[in-house]
Design a protein around this ligand. Structure first.
Ligand SMILES: Nc1ncnc2c1ncn2[C@@H]1O[C@H](COP(=O)(O)OP(=O)(O)O)[C@@H](O)[C@H]1O
Ligand SMILES: [Mg+2]
Length: 246
């Protein structure tokens, strides 16, 4: 099985260490929920994996390649980055139509026009926004914009999907569509998904396994059922019972 591995990762900002991961493994085709208090290092972890942050030390094994993170060049990084997609908490739409916003990643990859059209139409159907294809993206509601951000990520058929609190500001209707799409993509395409969420019931609904980050470290990682029913560390026990605030 093609696993994703992190090893000896240290991320520091202005001399302050914010993330230290000795060893972490993610199986292909699974959904992982990442939870933990604010400032724990969750976003930093995903940004490092998406090659947006360059750590002082650490290596990653993904898509069958070993990557020495501190010395990774732009040229070597781009093909790796193109196999993954990232959706942030707040969608940023470009000043263009919904169709063109979704097509963006495919244009960077020089995909032919007919394939772009077919894949964008399919992605819009998936997020239930086909009738909005010609609308200016800036005029979408918050929930619609976030579904378009998901379509934009999925249209490139990533092997790894990184989601940073993608439904934090959405209403239940948009959350349910977002969750359905994530599950569908995971089941049909075996996309590996890492999703940060503060919504613990959401992690229970979606994730096969969960990680708890606290003070820059992965304190606990286990299958979702054990994670919530039988947390081992006192930190996770406090967190799942709502006692830990930071
Ligand atoms: N670019 C940066 N410069 C300085 N400090 C940062 C930067 N990015 C994140 N941090 C700090 O790193 C820590 C972890 O941040 P983050 O990964 O965003 O946490 P989380 O997503 O778990 O809330 C926080 O203390 C945050 O202030
Ligand atoms: Mg964050």
């Amino acid at each position: 099985m093609n696993r994703l591995k992190l090893k000896d990762l240290i991320v520091s900002f202005e001399g302050r260490s914010v993330l230290e991961v000795e060893h972490a493994v993610f199986d292909q085709g699974k959904i992982y929920g990442i939870v933990g208090p604010s400032g724990a290092g969750k976003s930093t972890l995903l940004r490092v994996m998406n090659l947006l942050e360059r750590p002082a030390c650490g290596s990653m094994h993904l898509f069958g390649t070993d990557v020495e993170l501190p010395s990774l060049t732009y040229r070597k990084g781009v093909p790796i980055q193109r196999k993954m997609a990232f959706v942030a908490q707040r969608p940023s739409m470009f000043q263009a139509t919904v169709f063109d916003n979704v097509a963006l990643g495919l244009k960077y990859r020089n995909v032919d026009k007919a394939t772009v059209r077919a894949r964008v139409e399919h992605a819009l159907e998936l997020v239930e926004l086909s009738p909005h294809a010609r609308q200016r993206a800036q005029t979408l509601s918050g929930g619609e914009a976030q579904r378009i951000a998901l379509a934009r990520a999925l249209v490139c058929e990533p092997e790894l999907l990184l989601l940073d609190e993608p439904t934090a500001s959405l209403d239940p209707y948009n959350i349910s569509i977002f969750e359905r799409v994530i599950l569908e993509v995971n089941r049909k395409q075996r996309t590996t998904i890492l999703m940060i969420t503060h919504n613990l019931p959401q992690a229970k609904r979606l994730a096969d396994a969960c990680l708890f980050l606290h003070k820059g470290r992965i304190v606990e990682q286990s299958d979702t059922d054990s994670f919530f029913r039988r947390p081992v560390s006192t930190e996770l026990q406090d967190f799942v019972s709502g006692r830990m605030i930071c």
